[in-house]
Design a protein around this ligand. Structure first.
Ligand code: PLP
Length: 455
């Protein structure tokens, strides 16, 4: 029988609602706190910084389904459904009895899953009469997605781009500028937060935490301006569930159900996006699927961080979130997976780890590039360095299945392509790439500085 390789949905089968896993969680995440009063943050306080619709979604613990606005769904149709692909080539290369599937979010016009939330957030801002938005970007994927989304809804956008990426990935900057965004290397001298950091450390190459502080500060000082975030927060993962909801239908078309679901992990949005719709069946229907979040060994908040209230940014402007964290002052090594260089995990995911519904896996940088190269050669797609963490984890699982002689079904999210990350591949090919080990003392000294709100 001829074997089907790719599975697509019709336009009318694209999900009409996102899935809010918090409504189904037995133990809800602890509340976010106002950093000044240390009281649970209110809707009005959220709305100072974020648009109202996303603030409501952020705090929504009761509605499992939240309708996708018609305008957003119409833009989704430009690239969704994304294909679910059976990775026959990779299976063959590994000689594994496992069935490996990946959801290919790299086919979005911007090259990653980030557009799924960018379109939604830009839409809500426009609806509420906002004219300007600010954000941060690491590797530039989020900034690129939001630049296009801002243009689609007629908003002005300023992007603070982590300095190391600004120089490592100049084409992402060009992409943002092509869509009409203003791009600033962070830390910059244009904000208080940036100035303070540069005064202490003039050569600081930036981090997502610093860039967030700058973007938040500019939003607070600009009239009719909101701040928009590309990961970590609940509403961002919510928007990304369109990935897993599609994948659920597509796996059904393939006649299979995953034994293990894998996503790479920066702040948790693509991981949550692919996982939560399947995890709902673990919570509600007694399924026993495993969920693995793949993080860099050099930024291991899930596997080696502590669970504590922490800020989302370096300067401490954001609400305090209960999360697995390495401390908001943590300066991760300059690995190529820029989108995974973030100190903390979202509040939902942090609670799910505590409840044993998922776990983190940490992968050294060189293993991710070995996995990426094998994947490229067997499937014909150059993966993003971030996504390669998920691929490396899938390969570990497939090898395990071979050792155990099991026909395991593995699903991972290919969060983006790496065609703009070829400098990283160049370094790998020429043998210049290194693994970074992170001593316990470094983690300890960072988390020791956190106020111990959770005793
Ligand atoms: C931003 C990014 C990530 C990490 O962010 P999450 O919110 O954890 O998904 C992963 N992969 C790609 C391609 C990205 O651009």
């Amino acid at each position: 029988m001829e074997k089907q390789k790719r599975f697509f949905l019709q336009e009318n089968e694209i999900p009409k609602a996102w899935y809010n896993i918090v409504a189904d969680m037995k133990n809800k995440p602890l509340p976010m706190l106002n950093p000044k009063t240390k009281q649970p943050i209110t809707l009005d306080e959220m709305c100072v910084l974020f648009n109202k619709a996303c603030s409501e979604q952020e705090l929504n613990t009761t509605d499992a389904w939240i309708e996708i606005p018609e305008e957003v769904r119409n833009l989704y149709k430009n690239y969704r459904s994304t294909p679910l692909v059976r990775a026959y080539g990779l299976e063959k290369a590994l000689d594994t009895p496992a069935h490996i599937y990946f959801k290919n979010e790299s086919v979005s016009p911007i090259g990653s899953h980030k557009l799924n939330s960018a379109l939604a957030q830009a839409y809500y801002c426009k609806q509420e009469g906002v004219t300007n938005i600010t954000t941060e970007t690491g590797a530039g994927q989020w900034g690129a997605a939001l630049s296009y989304a801002a243009k689609a809804f007629g908003l002005e956008l300023a992007v603070f781009m982590v300095k190391v990426s600004y120089h490592q990935k100049p084409y992402r900057r060009s992409i943002m500028q092509t869509f009409g965004a203003q791009v600033i290397a962070s830390p910059s001298m244009s904000t208080r937060a940036g100035k303070d950091i540069l005064t202490n450390n003039p050569n600081y190459q930036g981090s997502l935490g610093t860039a967030i502080s700058e973007a938040v500060e500019l939003a607070m000082q600009t009239p009719n301006c909101k701040y928009v975030l590309g990961s970590v927060l609940n509403h961002v993962s919510l928007h990304q569930t369109v990935i897993g909801l599609e994948a659920e239908k597509q796996m059904e078309m393939a006649g299979e159900y995953p034994d293990v679901v894998i996503g790479c992990f920066g702040g948790g949005s693509n991981f949550g996006g692919i996982s939560f719709p399947f995890m709902r069946h673990n919570i509600l229907d007694g399924k026993t699927t495993e969920f693995l979040a793949a993080e860099p060994a050099s930024c291991p908040k899930l596997t080696r961080g502590i669970f504590q209230y922490d800020y989302g940014d370096e300067a401490g402007y954001t609400p305090m979130m209960p999360m697995f964290t390495l401390g908001h002052n943590f300066a991760p090594a300059h690995i190529h997976a820029g989108g995974l260089r973030y100190h903390g995990a979202g509040t939902i995911v942090s609670q799910l780890i505590k409840d044993g519904l998922m776990r983190g896996v940490d992968i050294p940088q060189i293993e991710t590039f070995e996995a990426a190269t094998l994947f490229a050669r067997s499937e014909g797609i150059i993966p993003a360095p971030e996504s390669s963490h998920a691929i490396a984890t899938a390969i570990r699982e497939a090898k395990k299945a071979k050792e155990e002689g099991k026909e395991k079904v593995i699903l991972f999210n290919l969060s983006g392509h790496g065609l703009i990350d070829m400098t990283a591949y160049d370094q790998f090919i020429s043998g210049d790439l290194t693994n970074y080990s992170l001593p316990d003392e470094v983690i300890q000294s960072n988390v020791d500085q956190l106020e111990k709100i959770i005793k």
